[in-house]
Design a protein around this ligand. Sequence first.
Ligand SMILES: Cc1cc2nc3c(=O)[nH]c(=O)nc-3n(C[C@H](O)[C@H](O)[C@H](O)COP(=O)(O)OP(=O)(O)OC[C@H]3O[C@@H](n4cnc5c(N)ncnc54)[C@H](O)[C@@H]3O)c2cc1C
Ligand SMILES: NC(=O)c1ccc[n+]([C@@H]2O[C@H](COP(=O)([O-])OP(=O)(O)OC[C@H]3O[C@@H](n4cnc5c(N)ncnc54)[C@H](OP(=O)(O)O)[C@@H]3O)[C@@H](O)[C@H]2O)c1
Length: 496
Amino acid sequence: MSRSVPPPLVSLVPDTAPFTIEQRAWLNGFFAGLVSLDGAGVTALSAEQSAALMPGAANPFGDADTGEAPWHDQTIVLAERMKLAEGRPLRRKMMAAMAQQDCGQCGYNCEDYSNLIFTKQEERLNLCVPGGKETARMLKALYEDLGKAPAAAKAIEPAAKSAPASSVPSRDNPAVGTFLSRTRLNGAASEKTTWHIEIDLAGAGIDYTVGDAFGLFPMNDPALADAVLAALDAPPDFPIGGRTLREVLIDGVSLSPAPDMLFQLYSYLTGGARRLKAKALAAGEDPDGDAATLDVLAAIEKFGGIRPDPEAFIEALDPLQPRLYSIASSPKVTPGRVALTVDTVRYPVGRRDRLGVASTFLGERIAPNTPLKVYVQPAHAFGLPADPATPIIMIGPGTGVAPFRAFLHERMATKASGRNWLFFGHQRSSCDFFYEDEFAAMKQKGVLTRLSLAWSRDGAEKFYVQDRMREVGRDLWAWLADGAHVYVCGDAKRMA
Ligand SMILES: Cc1cc2nc3c(=O)[nH]c(=O)nc-3n(C[C@H](O)[C@H](O)[C@H](O)COP(=O)(O)OP(=O)(O)OC[C@H]3O[C@@H](n4cnc5c(N)ncnc54)[C@H](O)[C@@H]3O)c2cc1C
Ligand SMILES: NC(=O)c1ccc[n+]([C@@H]2O[C@H](COP(=O)([O-])OP(=O)(O)OC[C@H]3O[C@@H](n4cnc5c(N)ncnc54)[C@H](OP(=O)(O)O)[C@@H]3O)[C@@H](O)[C@H]2O)c1
């Protein structure tokens, strides 16, 4: 998600503090990064960090890096990003290893996550969801170099460890919400299955602002957990840390891409050609050309006949991560509730359908009135303009419309006088027009000043939101000249 107008500067350093304008700007940015996002960031600095922040110090990491990050572009492949980071300090190489989406799924942005790994305030190296195994592997290799890093790097003590736990619900300290309902947004003829989801937050102690994302902890499909148990030939009630093996397989570990550690475990338990194969897979190689299709169940089946100890098996898996969704509601319209717009991920690999964990959990498995662990991830520079008279242009095809439904609800509730223009698009007008009635009512009320649509599969040729924008370029230009803010949201790979 991005917008065209630079965010307002956050001022955390008093104007009277003895710094130059540049130093104050840098410090404000640094502190904003640390205290931002979901509260999982650092909230207190150690004496060493404070000292390193005094005027004259290069930066709190003890290096003289310029801060420039030419690799910070999600379209550049990892190898190329690492090349761009050659000769730069280790923490900058760590940043280059991230997927550069600043998506917040790890709980930070790419730069903060790498800096916190470097200062050992964050020990988990596998949190970059879009970077996947590739990023985790690179981070692991760089982390091994950390022991050899110059002393200045190690002088920064982990402040987060000694800071008292925040009471604000966050990724590391989630609240409990209640799943209320799901309503399908597409017609029966659609190729997609997209749900409007409602979650009750009463008593959860969660506040949010339109533009924020909502984090939730999903559960794996119990049928997949049972298939894993059967393939392992392990008893479902095998005790693991006070719980059963089946329970841990459902809500504790990721059953998606098989992690390197699992192949490493198999390499210890077998010999000959299979051992070499397991070792190669653990090193990120692809001896049989099937590595990309190996989820945990497929990996167990590939090494069929080997029976790892259930406890060692669980230790070899990655923890199940939360997922983020753009909030599609305004707290001013539905206080104590949050709405999401969720597209179901489901695709076949061989004879088995692979299910997106969280999207199918919300869309197919969780029953109404079931509690679930949730938190809000505050947005950075993705919110309504401070001045309610400022016009806004929102570009959100598919589920990218979610935050803009929230924006429109908020502008309606606050009676904001600014004009609102929404570009929405999807596959077919007959079955993929999400929130059609709501948007029609908003148009009638004058809240939605303009609604421009683009249907990619209605005609013989693809027609996308950007094609519609080109058609109305003159009007768009006029809105921009009037100071309109522009927002874009959607699939980060293809559309954004
Ligand atoms: C800030 C933010 C906001 C978001 N907002 C929304 C939103 O409003 N609505 C929404 O629906 N999503 C949103 N997402 C995406 C969402 O977080 C999840 O990534 C998405 O729902 C998939 O999660 P999952 O657990 O269902 O799938 P996972 O179990 O994570 O599986 C997804 C993975 O499956 C693989 N995959 C998917 N399709 C295929 C295929 N055809 N072939 C091969 N492999 C495939 C890919 O590796 C993909 O990464 C948002 C993400 C972020 C970071
Ligand atoms: N990271 C995020 O912030 C975020 C937000 C929302 C959704 N997502 C994820 O993105 C995935 C996409 O699902 P979705 O429901 O939003 O629908 P989608 O599959 O992205 O499709 C929405 C519309 O965009 C069109 N489109 C495809 N490529 C485009 C391009 N390059 N430029 C402009 N339009 C393009 C599609 O056309 P055709 O398919 O006909 O080509 C379709 O008409 C989901 O899995 C969801 O989880 C991520």
